[in-house]
Design a binder for this molecule. Structure first.
Ligand SMILES: [Zn+2]
Length: 314
């Protein structure tokens, strides 16, 4: 079972769909970092975090990320940096949630949320798998001129430190999907994106997922992202069983950075369309409900739309 390298610790304020609460979350999150900086011992931790961040950035820039990580010392420091970053972000997130929770009670906007906390103890499924890129010999596709040009068009430069994972799913066929998450060098400085290399025809798609502290709004239904996934599906057959529909849906959510275990899947088909509903336990307080609708009239299933909402009572 692959260790879940994403979403552990770093929480997304964008899971809050209410705009004013979302702003409140982000302000509270920033405030929580500032509050932490005042606590005893924090100064040293933050100083070292930033110093190590700069050191790693410099090494990655000079040597390239994969060669640099072959040095056991750098690898260890890099992991330490990821862990510290996750811990600091997680603290800020918890604190921000406290604040938002209070606001929430006042506003009565997300009242269903708290009932859900008790109701969502679920089993984890593990069919999504991922391989850390450093375990791969080389990723030739990434070094091509074309790949660099496409990445640059999105403002990405792979000489910056990224934690990279190759996603695997039967639905990707011979195409390749890589998920990148920047290694934190400063607080709230995180970029997530994925790159899809389709094999026939040969195409490169970059999906921007998150920048700074939050995901891009409506990343799940971005037409570019849906098109990238449908390009990836070329040549694949239409699912015929429920487990196939579920794994197909999960193989899309993984590409947009939601490869966590999915709970209570439901499939409903009518006419030429099938909808897959899944719940994701984003954090102890947050349950996301996903709905993915596919057109199944062609030779290949086509993803048409994806929506998410915060969990609600049945
Ligand atoms: Zn933060």
């Amino acid at each position: 079972m692959a260790k879940n390298r994403f979403g552990s610790g770093y929480q997304h304020g964008s899971e809050i769909t209410d705009n004013s609460l979302r702003k409140a979350y982000m302000m509270a999150h920033e405030f929580a970092h500032a509050e932490y900086a005042q606590t005893p011992g924090a100064e040293g931790v933050l100083k070292e975090f930033h110093k190590n961040g700069e050191f790693l950035e410099d090494k990655f820039e000079k040597l390239g990320v994969q060669p640099a990580l072959r040095d056991p010392e750098i690898k260890k420091l890099n992991q330490q940096q990821i862990d510290t970053g996750n811990r600091l972000e997680h603290q800020a997130h918890e604190r921000a949630w406290e604040v938002v929770t209070i606001m929430n009670r006042l506003l009565q906007v997300l009242c269903a949320l708290f009932t859900l906390c008790a109701a969502t103890v679920g089993q984890t499924a593990t069919d999504a798998s991922a391989v850390p890129c450093e375990k791969l010999p080389t990723i030739r596709e990434l070094t091509s001129k074309e790949a660099k040009r496409v990445l640059a068009a999105f403002g990405y430069n792979l000489r910056q430190p990224y934690d990279c994972t190759k996603l695997t799913s039967r639905w990707y066929g011979t195409s390749m999907v890589l998920l990148f998450r920047s290694v934190p060098t400063r607080l709230d400085d995180q970029t997530n994106f994925s790159v899809v290399f389709t094999s026939s025809p040969h195409e490169i798609w970059v999906l921007a997922i998150a920048s700074g502290m939050v995901e891009y709004p409506r990343v799940e239904s971005d037409p570019h992202n849906l098109a990238a996934f449908n390009a990836l599906l070329a040549g694949q057959t239409v699912p015929t069983t429920d487990p196939e529909w579920i794994s197909l849906a999960r193989s899309y959510l993984a590409i947009i950075g939601h490869e966590k275990a999915m709970l209570s899947p439901q499939i409903s088909c009518a006419g030429g369309e099938c909808t897959v509903e899944l719940s994701e336990q984003q954090s102890p307080q947050v349950l996301i409900q996903w709905a993915l609708s596919f057109d199944k009239t062609g030779r290949t299933a086509r993803l048409q739309d994806v929506s998410r909402e915060l969990g609600k009572r049945e």
